[in-house]
Design a protein around this ligand. Structure first.
Ligand SMILES: Nc1ncnc2c1ncn2[C@@H]1O[C@H](COP(=O)(O)OP(=O)(O)OP(=O)(O)O)[C@@H](O)[C@H]1O
Length: 778
């Protein structure tokens, strides 16, 4: 049976009326609650009588204060909830629902009509659902089944039944424009329509068009680790965002947005995805980059190279003498065998090799590194390593207490007392008097004894020293890491000796200047924490890692230990592994060992949605296993290659091509270069293009319009049209650049153009031969 368009229009109008009434009611409530909050804040102290004369008065004051604070917090919380609901309802006014299923549960006689939207809505009686939240159990039938037998997991157990019909609604400008019986239409009309549009400044939710395989990711709810491996444009990030919204709904009584962290590749990406959750009526999760975390932990001690500096080096310094050594170092330090090597090294420190620093006071060494080392290695070797360190710490604290006692008699203490300013003396007197329990009015008459003052001065002067000991700053972590790179180190196996020597030399030189290569940052921190114990953050319950192919085994080990209570969702695509450390690694096997096979699930996404079919037909042939990628059927032009003779011709062609693309309505156009260095040059030469922008690694927002950027910064984002600035053999001649080239090409949604100064890259040879890329006609 078909739906009656007119009746559906009328139903939509009825739902909109209910929505409007609900919006009016909530607007009134939020404004009233806001006034109440302001009132309570303003008159907070009028309602509380502050009297501390007697204990009873004091108690009464405390109770009064607490009551007022409670009233404020309750009103604030009601106001917050109402405002949140109101903003969701405002969004629902535009599109109250997008889908419907007609479902008959086994054993029931009636067919239920379930309308699905971004949030639920009940009728005036409060008994019946006019709209079901897309995350409700029954709504999963919409995403998972075609008409026929269907089931869903309800809190009380599995519900079986029959899906009679499935509909999609296209509502625009609050009007029902069309509706589709999805069991009759071929292809997905609404998905076609959504994907056919231009890109936006920010990513949007895909709630109305979630595909079955994506729904598995969104509702996946067991195990510790979910690994999603998917082709470029297969919706990994989109599904992950929807997944967060789903988890926030399902566990709304115990999971809050601030207990979820997304590790994103860069700030531009963070800004790009930051709209999805608010669009679904949820608060945003926390977002961070691994680099930010490393800086937070290491920047006091080292100047840490950032990942883009490392990439830029790899992409542009091939003619320097240290290049091959550095590359070998990056690969070695990013491997899982290096994780094992560092762990063995740490175990060896139980017997020998710990390096300590002298403990000094006023420039004099009071406990030497040698004494500390002796003490450490003379302890009972059967004690666990962390316990030995704890004991060492206790011994040091005790020892400096003794030295501190003797210190009081030293002349410098007397000198300090004499030099005390009036203010400092007053402060010291107040502190000492209060410590003795004196009342405020008695302080001024308190006679401070010189001994007492001396004790205080010494105590204060030694405070930083005690702090240093408590935080293990008497351990020379840099020295210990440096020692690992002594040529003779037996921990790194299978590395070519000459290469290993060169890697050691380069690493030690950097350390000597208090600098860390990016590839050393995670291993250094890992070793440090293996020694002193891992810092943990148990408040985080869910961790999402995007662009996971760019993480080293060290980084994952880290995340696992740092967030011991978190479940992890990891998204990646090895074809886009652009960092040099990833060469050779083509799967997520190391990830499976993180929590074990039975606590890990891997889901593959093969269908790619971002680009038109002709673009995907071309790009999937650029990578070895691209045959597995399935293009979504969306028509478009074949990618085009234009070979030019020199840069002058290149720039003139790009300028006219951009004007042509803009005439065709493409709003976001990216000129993607190999490196930042090439991007800068291109930007300067193309400065005549109106409003052209150069994106750099520190760019915080994803820009629309015409942009020039290095390929590695384009990760995760997309553009209406992509121009590969110079796809020549000269630039993309080396096999190691295949993945970066692929990443750049897969950013295009509707149009992909290659330019080549001279011979095109060998990556394009087959696609040109087989006609998946056409030569430009002029
Ligand atoms: N089910 C869907 N409905 C509508 N749009 C979708 C759907 N799935 C993916 N898309 C769109 O496809 C594009 C690519 O999605 P997304 O960025 O999530 O893919 P990805 O796998 O993370 O890509 P990459 O690895 O290349 O960064 C986005 O524009 C997204 O909105």
């Amino acid at each position: 049976m078909g739906l009656n368009f007119q009746q559906e229009k009328m139903r939509l109008a009825r739902v909109q009326k209910t929505l409007t009434e609900e919006v009016d009611r909530l607007e009134e409530e939020t404004s009233r609650r806001k006034k109440e909050v302001v009132h309570i804040r303003k008159h907070f102290w009028d309602e509380v009588k502050v009297n501390t004369e007697t204990f009873d008065d004091y108690l009464e004051t405390i109770i009064g204060l607490r009551q007022e604070a409670q009233a404020l917090s309750v009103t604030q919380s009601i106001h917050r909830h109402a405002s949140k609901r109101l903003s969701t309802l405002h969004r629902m006014q535009d599109i109250p629902y997008f889908g419907r299923i007609d479902f008959r549960e086994d054993g029931a006689s009636d067919v239920e009509e379930i309308y699905i939207g971004i949030s639920s809505l009940r009728d005036d009686s409060g008994e019946n659902f006019l709209i079901y939240d897309w995350r409700s159990p029954i709504a999963s039938v919409y995403y998972d089944f075609q008409p026929g037998p269907a089931k869903y997991a309800a809190p009380g157990g599995e519900v079986q039944g029959e899906l009679k019909k499935k509909w999609q609604y296209l509502i625009r400008g609050r009007e029902l424009e069309s509706l589709f019986d999805t069991s009759l239409t071929i292809g997905d009309e609404i998905l076609q329509e959504v994907l056919g549009k231009g890109t936006d400044k920010q990513m949007h939710s895909i709630v109305a068009t979630i595909q079955q395989e994506q729904n598995r990711i969104i509702r996946h709810d067991h195990g510790r680790l979910l690994v999603v491996h998917g082709a470029a444009g297969s919706g990994k990030t989109s599904a992950a965002m929807q997944r967060i919204a789903y988890l926030l709904y399902k566990y709304r009584d115990r999971l809050h947005a601030d207990q979820i962290i997304l590790f994103s590749p860069n700030s531009m990406f963070s800004s790009y995805v930051s709209n999805v959750l608010p669009e679904l009526g949820e608060e945003n999760m926390q977002q961070v980059t691994f680099q930010e975390y490393l800086n937070h932990r290491l920047s006091k001690q080292f100047q840490v190279e950032n990942p883009y500096e490392q990439l830029e080096y790899v992409l542009t310094a091939e003619n320097t003498s240290s290049y091959q050594t550095r590359l070998a170092g990056i690969r070695l330090k990013g491997s899982s065998s290096f994780v094992d090597a560092v762990q063995s090294y740490r175990r060896s420190l139980e017997y020998t090799g710990m390096i300590f620093k002298d403990i000094t006071f006023r420039g004099e060494s009071i406990i030497t590194a040698r004494q500390i080392e002796e003490r450490f290695y003379n302890q009972d070797a059967s004690l666990r390593f962390p316990n030995r360190l704890e004991k060492l710490k206790d011994w040091l604290i005790k020892k400096i207490k003794e030295i501190q006692k003797a210190e009081r008699k030293k002349p410098w203490v007397q000198e300090e007392i004499e030099l005390l300013s009036d203010d400092a003396y007053h402060e010291a007197r107040t502190f000492l008097a209060e410590k003795r329990g004196l009342k405020r009015e008695e302080i001024a008459h308190y006679e401070v004894e010189p001994d007492e003052l001396g004790r205080l001065i010494v105590h204060q002067k030694w405070m930083p020293l005690r702090k240093k000991i408590r935080s293990f700053r008497f351990i020379d972590f840099k020295g210990i890491y440096r020692q690992f790179f002594d040529d003779s180190s037996q921990f790194v196996k299978g590395e070519n000796t000459a290469k290993w020597s060169a890697i050691c030399k380069a690493t030690q030189e950097m350390l000597d200047e208090d600098k860390l290569f990016y590839e050393d940052a995670a291993p250094f921190l890992f070793l440090k924490e293996l020694i002193q114990g891992f810092q943990t953050n148990s408040s985080i319950k869910h961790l999402v890692v995007d662009e996971a192919q760019d993480y080293t085994p060290f980084q994952f080990e880290f995340l696992k230990r740092l967030f011991p209570s978190a479940r992890m969702t990891v998204l990646g695509d090895f074809n886009q592994a652009i960092f040099a450390h990833a060469n050779g690694r083509v799967n997520f096997d190391t990830l499976t060992s993180l929590y074990g096979r039975d606590r890990t699930e891997v889901i593959n996404l093969a269908r790619s949605y971002r680009s038109t079919k002709p673009i995907i037909e071309c790009t999937r042939r650029l990578v070895p296993n691209g045959g597995e990628i399935i293009p979504f059927e969306r028509a478009g032009e074949r990618p085009v290659l234009k070979q030019v003779v020199d840069r002058v011709e290149l720039h003139s062609c790009i300028v006219s091509q951009i004007a042509a693309l803009q005439r065709l309505g493409h709003k976001s156009i990216a000129i993607i270069c190999k490196s930042a260095k090439e991007s800068e040059r291109a930007y300067e030469s193309l400065a005549c293009i109106k409003d052209i922008k150069l994106l750099k690694s520190n760019s915080a927002t994803y820009e629309q319009g015409v942009v020039v950027l290095p390929a590695y910064l384009s990760k995760g984002v997309e553009f209406d049209a992509v121009i590969i600035y110079d796809a020549s053999e000269n630039v993309y001649g080396d096999e190691s650049l295949r993945r970066i080239f692929y990443t750049a090409c897969t950013r295009a949604m509707h149009y992909l153009q290659f330019y080549s100064v001279g011979e095109p890259s060998p990556f394009l040879r087959t696609v040109l031969r087989d006609g998946y890329v056409q030569y430009a006609s002029i």
